[in-house]
Write a protein that binds this ligand. Structure first.
Ligand code: PLP
Length: 388
């Protein structure tokens, strides 16, 4: 075993990636992308109509085993529209981890609902269930079957578990807690296409699951997202709302409520379908990359590489280094040195509860999330590092 040092960490990353520049995550287009994109142009269907949106939805449905899938413009709006369709209203509270991408929380704010921040655990970067249940026992009461925050008097309506970096959180326990407190579960599965918990695809445990196909995800549509659900009524509502709430008619424009233009364009879906055809190759490459990093970091004292936990089958979207508690002061030095060498490693998001728009929001003690922020570094994770 070697002792940790900044140079050793950066050299060890380079041992696997080769010399930089290496971004954190880059897309890889090695399939039928160009051919499908050309088809959309040749067929003159680049926007909301065309064959690829339905085809892409069908593939995601089959793969995740969700009964319904609705393609939308991005993951943030997938979460927004899911909250809306599930009946979350202005001033109601939604429990959300402080450790997530800002889009998760913004989706709550767009509705005029209130994010209420909860803590995460270093074991899988997801919600700390024990802490959550104790907290809810303490701060809530029931009124007419609704969970009420005793401190604000507001209804706590929903919870958004986030599967961070592709790793499953303790979703079954979260669903149990949600049942006890009568909360709707909307899974932020933005980063998790190809990740399973006890062989069940993430995003299929809650009422709805929301995927993202942003340019940095395991497969991309450029920009895009998907809502998956097993509930027919919800699926119908989400499809209707995301397609301007237009009623079917051969020529008239009839919209029966205020809808949204959130449908994924055919161009993006064409890219998505070609990308999806490579999912198994990409997942294999991610595991190979994990093993390569593991073999290197395994031999260094003071740091470890995140490894999926029991019952989890992660897509290993991002590879994450975890510094020992007493080594966390090295984090910024490693980031600085790696950037100098054009290895664009990144910290995790700043806690959303510390950002200007959310400083006054309700929150529990966030010691776990703060510790994660201090101790982890994401390193180059593109499948192109393997599939050169
Ligand atoms: C955890 C998480 N939630 C939500 C989103 C939002 O997805 P999008 O960028 O497609 O809006 C992302 C990705 O960017 C994410 O990583």
């Amino acid at each position: 075993m070697k002792n940790i040092s900044v140079n050793l960490i950066v050299e060890s990353i380079q041992k696997v990636t080769g010399k930089g520049p290496h971004q954190l995550h880059e897309p890889l287009f090695s399939g039928k992308e160009m051919s499908y994109l050309k088809n959309t142009i040749n067929q003159n269907f680049v926007s909301s109509a065309g064959e690829y949106v339905n085809k892409f939805e069908k593939k995601i449905k089959e793969y995740t085993k969700a009964k319904f899938a609705i393609a939308v413009v991005n993951g943030t709006q997938a979460i927004y529209i899911s909250l809306k369709a599930c009946g979350v209203k202005k001033n109601e509270e939604v429990l959300v981890p402080a450790l997530t991408f800002v889009g998760t929380v913004n989706a709550v704010s767009y509705l005029g609902a209130e994010p209420h921040f909860i803590d995460s655990q270093i074991e899988n970067f997801g919600i700390n269930c024990l802490k959550l249940e104790n907290y809810l026992n303490k701060i809530t009461k029931f009124r007419r079957n609704q969970c009420i925050n005793k401190l604000t008097g507001n209804v706590i309506k929903a919870i958004i578990p986030v599967h961070v970096f592709g790793h499953p959180c303790n979703i079954q326990d979260i669903v149990k807690i949600a049942k006890k407190f009568n909360l709707i579960v909307i899974e932020d599965a933005a980063e998790t296409l190809g990740s399973f918990y006890k062989k069940k695809h993430l995003g299929t445990f809650g009422e709805v699951g929301c995927l993202s196909f942003n340019g940095n995800k395991i497969i991309t549509t450029g920009g895009g997202g998907m809502v998956i659900t097993n509930k027919k009524v919800l699926a119908k509502k989400i499809k209707h709302l995301t397609t301007t709430a237009k009623l079917k008619h051969k020529w008239e424009y009839i919209h029966d409520e205020i809808g949204y233009n959130f449908r994924m364009p055919n161009l993006n879906a064409a890219l998505g379908l070609a990308q999806f055809e490579k999912i198994h190759t990409f997942l294999k490459a991610k595991r190979t990359l994990f093993k390569k990093y593991y073999n290197v970091f395994n031999k260094i004292k003071g740091i470890s590489l995140y490894r999926e936990s029991k019952n989890a089958n992660s897509n290993y979207w991002l590879q994450t280094l975890i510094l020992d508690k007493n080594k966390s002061t090295l984090k910024n030095k490693i980031l600085k040195e790696s950037h100098k060498k054009l290895i664009f490693a990144r910290p995790v998001w700043k806690l959303i509860s510390d950002l200007k728009p959310y400083k006054k929001s309700q929150k529990m003690n966030l010691s776990g999330a703060k510790e994660i922020y201090k101790r982890i570094i994401n390193i180059p994770s593109s499948q192109s590092l393997i599939l050169k």
